[in-house]
Design a protein around this ligand. Sequence first.
Ligand SMILES: NC(=O)C1=CN([C@@H]2O[C@H](COP(=O)(O)OP(=O)(O)OC[C@H]3O[C@@H](n4cnc5c(N)ncnc54)[C@H](O)[C@@H]3O)[C@@H](O)[C@H]2O)[C@@H](O)CC1
Ligand SMILES: Nc1ncnc2c1ncn2[C@@H]1O[C@H](COP(=O)(O)OP(=O)(O)OP(=O)(O)O)[C@@H](O)[C@H]1O
Ligand SMILES: [Mg+2]
Length: 373
Amino acid sequence: MFVKHGMNSGFSSLASSAVLRRQQFLIRSLKGYSVSDKIRMEAVKCLSGGASLEANAESVLRTITPSLDPTRHKGQAGKIAVIGGCREYTGAPYFAAISALKIGADLSHVFCTEGAATVIKSYSPELIVHPILEESYNISGVNDEGKRDISKKILSEFDKWMERFDCLVVGPGLGRDPFLLECVSKIMTRARQSNVPIVVDGDGLFLVTNSIELVSGYRLAVLIPNVNEYKRLVQKVLGYDVNDQNTHGELLSLSKQIGNVTILRKGKSDLISDGEKVQSVSIYGSPRRCGGQGDILSGSVAVFLFWARQCNSAAERESTISRTNPTVLGCIAGSALLRKAAALAFEHKKRSTLTTDIIEHLGQSLEAISPAS
Ligand SMILES: NC(=O)C1=CN([C@@H]2O[C@H](COP(=O)(O)OP(=O)(O)OC[C@H]3O[C@@H](n4cnc5c(N)ncnc54)[C@H](O)[C@@H]3O)[C@@H](O)[C@H]2O)[C@@H](O)CC1
Ligand SMILES: Nc1ncnc2c1ncn2[C@@H]1O[C@H](COP(=O)(O)OP(=O)(O)OP(=O)(O)O)[C@@H](O)[C@H]1O
Ligand SMILES: [Mg+2]
């Protein structure tokens, strides 16, 4: 993979030489101690820009997952809202919202278009579905003033609920309709004003890549790009093409450039950074790449992020974990759980493993790490 020599290439080489110096220092320090060859090899791997610190994901999962305390009331384990679901996509918001419930959230809402709502409701009676979004094709005869009224109505419908949510997931199956995305921008701005965490995925990333100010500097935002979404984000924000020789430095730069928002770059290993350091989750998952696994991840991260924030305020966390940003902890936990569930599903279903099979193994995977009783 070659770095394109665009306007930021000087910055890129500066960043990579800083990463290189740090990694060479790490190797020199390791020589001072009698570390195992394996650790030294990890350090050497850093030279290619490919390595990062493997997160202690099981410990994170164990620490942030709340106990099933009988004194707690409905809602305390989390109220999540997914903004997504349009004419084309109904599976993605369903996967995200049902995954949140399967992990342990108490309530999961979906805000989508009217057509998508009926379909999503028919998938599950567990979800609370709000058919409030509108796509342009549905309001083609409406003039500009009428459109402004519709937009206001959508925002006020959402406002009735927003304060109740512990986290929003914006984007699974949202589509790219301009009118709909404009309304969702307003929803995001409102959520940000109220300090509601926002996980951005799928078409939410399309929106944010073109309007980065929606999340820039918001420490409660998490971006979860897949390979394509990451490429677009790097091109837009850093001004050059993705450089696979410097994954680590590039992710750090990207997060810093967006004001230290947390980014989970999905791939063979999931890489997570809030601009301070990069952590990875490489637990073996599944070789099946069926669509929808990213949606499970975004719903899961929303729940774990909320749990990690709760732990933080209750000062319950282990010391090393307590120093970690809750948005980063949410990403580590979500990624690890998805991979474990995918591995279990694949054991049973092999080539026919689908997203719904993985969802069925979320509970069992969490139970193995943090038993309910
Ligand atoms: N059942 C559903 O309703 C699903 C809906 N989805 C939604 O579909 C919308 C678009 O998401 P996409 O993930 O397709 O958008 P992308 O922009 O990531 O993908 C667009 C195209 O890129 C290709 N692509 C994907 N991963 C690749 C990789 N690793 N290397 C090379 N090419 C790759 C895909 O085949 C697709 O044709 C989002 O709103 C998303 O949430 C997806 O979440 C999948 C499931
Ligand atoms: N090559 C890979 N090897 C192992 N796991 C992977 C690989 N690529 C992705 N994953 C895992 O699958 C999860 C979903 O990533 P993926 O890139 O498929 O997201 P996505 O394209 O957004 O999915 P969706 O179809 O839901 O939109 C990630 O958390 C990651 O752990
Ligand atoms: Mg996706």
